[in-house]
Design a protein. Structure first.
Length: 405
């Protein structure tokens, strides 16, 4: 299988927190969302990544939409590199936590509801919500289906409870405060990522406080984790806590007094929001006590054992080959239809000629009709099967020449 640009009619623009700041990712994400309504594009946008996938013209490589400018540090992938990258993402190999579940949920959300491309676990205003968005290009749909299937397969290999980004957050806190058991952890937010952190902290024995713009949502999460609700807003005091975790889609409103109390103490602040919920001045004043979502992305990543790595490699190679074969076989569909139509027209002509010359009873005509259909189906079985499995286009070209299609 060659890896030329024409090999797969795909293109992707990819930016990640390892290479770009949150602000740069959000700017690119907003520009990408402007073209995400087109059925030949799909946008994957999470805390750490913004990825725009585009189905190009298989013959000319022409782009269906004007692409947003790719910022410095971003990557442009073409052809087989696109599927290879997405399969790596789906398997969890491109995540901070090896094989984490959140990215798989985001991929599935992206596929099932392309109006909201998959970052509900991250406090980011995401994707295109336009009601004008239409269905997805079949090549992109197949790509994401294959990626989701691979993600489910690789996660079935687990032999231990899965880790998530929430566990990495707790690791950061523990490194500063020691074990979180019986410590007070303030979680600001009530979305999917805030819930993951709150639940993980509660299971580790921490006393969880939840603050959120919606008192109802804060109360629900506090009840789930056996915690309590803390005040939220510009006039809210800062409760006495040992750590703060932020996962909201806006700036963290802090009163002057709360700001001063935060700076006066030694409380670590982990900000999972993108863009950051903590303003630049306060981030600078907090110094090493502040950890951003970008810091986590650029931190140490889980290592994969060589034996498991080989298993991942085999699974991704198989998925890559199967997807490429499916894409290439699609080019044979017109030839399959044309050959089937040619055979049916010829069969009908010959039957009509026969029935004009021979006087047959109705049941005899039916038997001849049945025999002719079976004969044609038998003769076409191997050529059509070969066309369906044509991964190079050679069979398609041969069929067009042999049958003058």
């Amino acid at each position: 299988m060659t890896e030329s640009r024409a090999d797969l009619p795909l293109l992707a623009l990819v930016v990640h927190a390892r290479d770009l700041s949150s602000e740069a990712r959000e700017a690119f994400g907003d520009a990408a969302a402007a073209v995400a309504d087109d059925p030949r594009t799909i946008l994957l946008r999470t805390c750490h990544r913004v990825e725009l996938y585009v189905s190009t013209d298989p013959d000319s490589g022409e782009l269906p939409v004007p692409l947003p400018e790719l910022p410095s540090g971003g990557r442009r992938l073409e052809g087989i590199e696109v599927s290879r990258h997405l399969f790596r993402v789906a398997a969890g190999l491109d995540s901070v936590v090896l094989g984490e579940d959140q990215i798989l949920h985001q991929l599935r959300d992206c596929l099932s509801d392309r109006h909201i491309p998959g970052a509900a676990s991250c406090p980011v205003e995401i994707g295109s919500r336009s009601t004008d968005a239409t269905g997805l290009d079949p090549v992109l749909a197949r790509l994401f289906q294959a990626a989701a299937h691979l993600g489910r397969e690789t996660r079935s290999w687990r032999e231990a409870p899965p880790r998530s980004l929430a566990d990495v957050v707790l690791d950061r806190i523990v490194a500063v405060t020691g074990p979180v058991a019986r410590q007070q952890v303030l979680v600001v937010g009530a979305g999917r990522m805030a819930r993951l952190v709150a639940v993980a902290a509660s299971r580790a024995g921490a006393d969880v406080l939840v603050a959120n713009r919606s008192q109802e949502h804060a109360a629900a999460l506090a009840f789930e984790t056996g915690g309590a609700v803390a005040a939220f807003g510009a006039n809210a005091p800062l409760p006495e806590v040992d750590a703060v975790v932020l996962a909201i889609a806006a700036r963290w409103p802090l009163s002057t007094a709360a700001r001063a109390d935060l700076l006066a103490g030694s409380v670590p602040v982990v900000d999972l929001s993108s863009p950051p919920a903590v303003d630049a001045d306060l981030r600078a004043l907090l110094g090493s006590r502040y950890t951003s979502v970008d810091d986590i992305a650029r931190g140490p990543r889980d290592e994969i054992a060589s034996r498991l790595g080989r298993r991942y490699g085999r699974a991704m190679a198989e998925a890559e080959t199967a997807f490429a074969n499916w894409v290439h076989a699609r080019t044979s569909v017109p030839a399959i239809r044309a050959l089937s139509a040619l055979a049916e027209d010829r069969r009908a002509e010959e039957l009509e000629r026969l029935f004009r010359r021979v006087d047959l009873a109705d049941h005899e005509r039916a038997l001849v009709e049945q025999m002719s259909r079976r004969l044609v189906a038998g003769l076409l079985h191997t050529p059509l099967a070969t066309l369906r499995e044509d991964a190079t286009g050679d069979a398609d070209r041969a069929a067009r020449v042999l049958f003058s299609l």
